[in-house]
Design a protein around this ligand. Structure first.
Ligand code: ADP
Length: 215
């Protein structure tokens, strides 16, 4: 299991006291540890924010009974696509394979989203799609992108309000590296591309979770 929040010795002591004697006030915990209430305040704040303890006015602190992994799961399930998405890189459907290769290098991305003249999503092009197209002897500047792209309705998309973990699952199931973050076009016909969510964004989320001291 992933190791999550590391409690210091004093936080462990507080947790034990609250487990044994809660509900208990901050004052009473401080007395037992022969410390001042002010000294304990940051530790109590951390334990409460992390979800180990809960506090009720005039009642005091009590133990939530949640394990570290339950708390981690709760935290993961709060992460939305919009918290980690990046800017999309789009190309017009009139572009060629050559144009797409140049754009991919210049923009430093692995997936391009293809849009029509009204900026609606019509296709997706990956690195491998471009490599495959380059294997023949044809002039890459004469191959239209829209004959090699993966096209609608076969494109997996997500919305900015979606849970990151659900999109991560989508990437695994479909064996793809990225999905466009879309919103319905104004006339409700098709999608506008407003972002991208890639394996790199998900890796970043994982690292942020791990270095975040408070789960
Ligand atoms: P690569 O092919 O470079 O390994 P991917 O794994 O992302 O990159 O792409 C695999 C195939 O899936 C490609 O043919 C690509 O066009 C297609 N693809 C990529 N992203 C999507 C998506 N969001 N929805 C549908 N198909 C996609």
């Amino acid at each position: 299991m992933v190791s999550h929040i590391e409690l210091n010795k004093r936080q462990e002591q507080i947790l034990q006291i609250v487990k044994d004697e809660g509900p208990i006030t901050g004052e009473q915990i401080a007395d037992q540890l022969s410390l001042t209430r002010a000294t304990l305040r940051p530790d109590l704040a951390i334990l409460t924010m992390a979800g180990f303890l809960d506090a009720r006015p005039r009642v005091g602190y009590f133990y939530t009974g949640k394990t570290g992994s339950q708390l981690l799961t709760e935290k993961i399930k709060k992460i939305k696509v919009q918290d980690f998405q990046s800017m999309p890189v789009v190309v017009n459907e009139a572009a060629t394979v050559y144009d797409a290769i140049c754009t991919m290098f210049l923009e430093d991305v692995g997936t391009l989203f293809v849009v029509d003249k009204d900026a609606k999503l019509v296709g997706v092009v990956s690195r491998k799609d471009l490599l495959r197209a380059s294997m023949g002897k044809q002039d890459l500047a004469s191959i239209p992108l829209n004959i090699i792209m993966t096209r609608m309705p076969n494109i997996s998309v997500c919305y900015k309000e979606d849970l990151l973990i659900d999109v991560a699952n989508q990437l695994i199931e479909k064996q793809i590296d990225a999905v466009p973050v879309v919103k319905e076009a104004e006339n409700l016909q098709g999608f506008e591309v407003i972002g991208r969510l890639t394996k790199t964004n998900i890796t970043k989320a994982l690292v942020d979770l791990a270095i975040d001291e408070v789960i």
